[in-house]
Write a protein that binds this ligand. Structure first.
Ligand SMILES: *[C@@H]1O[C@H](CO)[C@@H](O)[C@H](O)[C@H]1NC(C)=O
Ligand SMILES: *[C@@H]1O[C@H](CO)[C@@H](O)[C@H](O)[C@H]1NC(C)=O
Ligand SMILES: *[C@@H]1O[C@H](CO)[C@@H](O)[C@H](O)[C@H]1NC(C)=O
Ligand SMILES: *[C@@H]1O[C@H](CO)[C@@H](O)[C@H](O)[C@H]1NC(C)=O
Length: 199
C-alpha cells in the first residue's frame, strides 16, 4: 500500500470509526491513524491531591507532579506514618470519568491490601494499578509495613493503558485507605487518556 493511498484512508477514517457494524473497517482505520499520530503520549498525569485525615496518624511530606523532561511527568508521594507497623489495611480504589464533573466509572473495588499482595490475580484491575506503581515505590513487599510510603518519580507509559478498556477522556483514580478500622487518608490522581481514536 503506498503512502498516498493510506493518507486517503486516514482522511476517510474518522466517520468510519463510528460505524460499530464494521469491525474490520474500524481496526484498519485505527492502525493507520496511529501510524500518523503516534507522537504524543496516550496516557498522562494531570494532577494529584493527597489528604491525610488525621495528623496524629500520617503526614504528607510530598504529593506532587513534576516535569522530569520533555513531555515526561513524574509523580512523587511521601506519606509519613506515625503509628507503625501497619498489619492490616483496606483500600477502596475507584475510577471516575469527567462528564459534567467526575462521575464513578467502571471500577470501585474494596480490597484488603495484605491479602491482595498474597494473591494478586484475584483483583485484576488493582493488579494493573499496582504493577504501574511498584517499580517506583517501596510498597513492593508483603505485610506488615514498617516504614513511610514513598512513590518516587513514577512515570506512565502507554502500555499501561492498553490493558484497560477505557475510552479517551479525563479520569480520576481515587485511593482511600483504612487501617485498624479507621479511614486514614486519600490520594486522587488525575489522568488524561488520549488514544487519538474512539473505542
Ligand atoms: C502488628 O503486629 C505486630 C507483630 O506482628 C504487633 O507487635 C503489633 O502490636 C501489631 N499492631 C497492631 C496495631 O495490631
Ligand atoms: C465504592 O464502594 C464503597 C464500598 O462499597 C462505597 O462506600 C463507596 O461509596 C463507593 N464509591 C463509589 C464512587 O461508588
Ligand atoms: C518494572 O520493572 C521490571 C523489571 O525491571 C520491568 O520488566 C517492567 O516493565 C517494569 N514495569 C514498569 C511499569 O515500568
Ligand atoms: C517486587 O518487584 C519485583 C520486580 O519488579 C518482583 O519480581 C517481585 O516479585 C516484587 N515483590 C513483591 C512482593 O511483589
Amino acid at each position: 500500500m503506498n503512502v498516498f493511498y493510506s493518507f486517503q484512508w486516514t482522511v476517510n477514517c474518522w466517520p468510519t470509526m463510528r460505524l460499530k457494524s464494521n469491525p474490520m473497517g474500524v481496526w484498519s482505520c485505527v492502525a493507520i491513524v496511529l501510524m500518523f499520530c503516534d507522537s504524543n503520549a496516550l496516557f498522562k498525569f494531570k494532577n494529584i491531591k493527597c489528604t491525610c485525615y488525621e495528623k496524629s496518624f500520617c503526614e504528607l511530606k510530598r504529593c506532587e507532579l513534576k516535569v522530569l523532561g520533555r513531555g515526561i511527568v513524574g509523580l512523587f508521594l511521601h506519606a509519613q506514618t506515625h503509628q507503625l507497623p501497619i498489619n492490616k489495611s483496606t483500600c477502596i480504589l475507584s475510577l471516575y470519568r469527567r462528564f459534567n464533573g467526575y462521575r464513578p466509572f467502571l471500577y470501585n473495588i474494596t480490597v484488603d491490601i495484605c491479602s491482595f499482595l498474597k494473591n494478586r490475580k484475584r483483583y485484576p484491575f488493582v493488579d494493573l494499578v499496582y504493577d504501574g506503581i511498584r517499580n517506583f515505590s517501596n510498597v513492593n513487599h508483603s505485610c506488615p509495613y514498617n516504614h513511610d510510603i514513598i512513590v518516587n518519580r513514577m512515570v506512565l507509559n502507554d502500555n499501561m493503558i492498553v490493558k484497560v478498556p477505557v475510552p479517551s477522556g479525563f479520569y480520576k483514580l481515587m485511593f482511600i485507605l483504612k487501617t485498624d478500622g479507621i479511614w486514614r487518608g486519600e490520594v486522587e490522581v488525575y489522568v488524561e487518556v488520549n488514544l487519538g481514536y474512539d473505542r
